[in-house]
Write a protein that binds this ligand. Structure first.
Ligand code: SF4
Length: 376
């Protein structure tokens, strides 16, 4: 699998919990940014010679704000550079519900976008206000209805839990509202308070209290129960999908696929012909990147490091790791290769091993980050 990620760093305003490479600007240089992305594509494409494209993903920031003709130009340039691997290449754009007038949706669809990922986070006025979000439930419902009318049948909705003062009843209300919008994919994230954000400052000052880990675990189990009862399959720690609607691009990250990142702060990964792989990234600041889109960090991974990474990423999948496929790709059986660690994790009730798979137990899913860290 091979995908192209395009980072669009602009947002209308910075949300107080956000730690991404984001620039809140009154005026977005739409054309300048698109031209710079296309130049970077030309420069880096030879590194991925011969790859066939499975997905394109516009993340951010708020790529839904990017003028639709610029998005279409970038899609056309990527498609002209890499042949498709499948009949339909998945092309996703992240967007906020209040940044999507109908004309923008029509433009994105006409430009080749096949899937929208809408950042709802919540439908409750109280929590949306706390998160500094500028949309309400009505805007979310309108955006979903307009997206369908514009021809988007692939719709992912993002929800957040563990927000300040959130109760289980609030969570149930959000889940009911999201399910009523009939998405085919739902991603759910636990709010993490990063130190260098406005929320981080409030927390240090004792002015922001989030639910403790026990409550968050209960919320997570409630989310899983509600979504699976509604017919969604829980396929990755934070992701639930209707049958056949798993996110192709995100799956690529978790299965060790290659990706080319374009735009400021984007990361790329490729396998090296001599074995192992290489990861590189460019400047986080958009102004710096526009001046010089040079590689800022570069890391070479040997075959053993790639294999360890495949274990911790693969365990994010609820299906677990296919031992035979892992052996074919990395030359070792993951259970034999990490026998001591796997045995400890089994004794702690965090992973289970069968003849063909290694996977997290339901309890292990709650501690997925801690389990993954044992292999890094
Ligand atoms: S809209 Fe998303 S990317 Fe932009 S500041 Fe808010 S959380 Fe960050």
């Amino acid at each position: 699998m091979f995908g192209v990620y395009i980072h669009f760093p602009y947002c209308r305003k910075r949300c107080p919990y956000c730690d991404f490479a984001v620039h809140a600007r009154a005026r977005i240089p739409h054309d300048q940014y698109a031209a710079a992305v296309r130049r970077e594509l030309v420069e880096r494409a030879p590194l991925y010679d011969g790859r066939a494209l499975t997905s394109i993903y516009f993340g951010g920031g708020t790529p839904g704000l990017w003028r639709a003709d610029c998005v279409a130009d970038v899609i056309a340039a990527v498609r002209a550079t890499f042949p498709p691997a499948l009949d339909e290449v998945e092309i996703t754009v992240e967007a906020n519900p209040d940044d999507l007038p109908r004309a923008q949706l029509d433009g994105l669809r006409a430009g080749g976008v096949t899937r929208l990922s809408l950042g709802l986070q919540s439908l409750s006025p109280k929590h949306l206000h706390t998160l500094g979000r500028t949309h309400g439930r009505a805007e979310a419902e309108r955006a979903v209805a307009d997206a369908r009318a514009a021809g988007f049948d692939r719709l992912s909705l993002d929800l957040m839990f563990g927000m300040p003062s959130q109760t289980l009843t609030d969570l149930e209300d959000d889940l009911a509202g999201v399910l009523a919008m009939e998405p085919d994919h739902v991603s759910v994230y636990n709010l993490t308070v990063e130190e260098r954000t406005a929320f981080g400052g409030l927390q240090r000052a004792g002015m922001l209290v989030v639910p403790d880990s026990g409550v968050c675990a209960e919320m997570y189990e409630r989310i899983d129960a509600r979504l699976t009862t509604a017919g969604f399959g829980h396929y990755e720690i934070s992701s639930w999908a209707r049958p056949g609607r798993r996110a192709v691009h995100n799956t690529l990250y978790w299965t060790g696929g290659e990706y080319l990142g374009l735009g400021c702060s984007a990361h790329s990964f490729r396998r090296l012909p001599e074995g192992g792989g290489e990861r590189f990234s460019v400047a986080r600041s958009v102004d710096e990147w526009l001046r010089a889109p040079a590689v800022a960090t570069r890391e070479t991974l040997d075959a053993a490091a790639l294999e360890r990474e495949a274990v911790w990423l693969g365990l994010r999948f609820l299906d677990g790791i296919d031992r035979a496929a892992h052996r074919r790709l990395h030359g070792v059986d993951p259970v034999e290769q990490h026998a001591a660690e796997i045995e400890r994790l089994r004794n702690e009730g965090l992973v289970e091993v069968s003849l063909d798979r290694l996977r997290l137990t339901p309890r292990g899913v709650l501690f997925a980050d801690e389990v993954g860290a044992r292999f890094v």
